[in-house]
Design a protein around this ligand. Sequence first.
Ligand code: ZN
Length: 162
Amino acid sequence: MTDEPTSLEEAIFYFANPDNCLNYLVSRRWPNGVVCPVCGSMALTFVPSRRVWQCKTRHPRYQFSVKVGTVFEESPIALDKWLIAIWMVANSKSPVSSYEVRRVLHITQKSAWFMLHRIRLALLAESQEERAAGDGGEAGEPDASKRQFRTGRQRIGVSMES
Ligand SMILES: [Zn+2]
């Protein structure tokens, strides 16, 4: 992951490429390999034209994208904008304001506020979990409502609940 953005300008350029968005998210959500969100199988086929995986096990919703089960799935805000905002929060030394997000992404103040709110909630949940889990690693029950992936120095979980 050495080609990941190191400046805001780079981040905007980087996330304009859907394959970069995909790779960035996959390496954080599924650092040990892509897993079917329905059955947990890792026997999958990737369909490059649609950027989805197909589970080889027969069950409903056997096709899924990297956005499945995350706030991105139902959001009208484009994935690249989410990722730029996440990148800003994860890599900024001072707190990122909704005004900055709005200015960089050319979105409404309301959208910018919503995105920051969700990203901060996710970061908060992560730090609480880490404190609770200690250095527990993989142990514990998987929480189906929350998916986690790494971003910059911090882990971000994106909850489906609103
Ligand atoms: Zn499956």
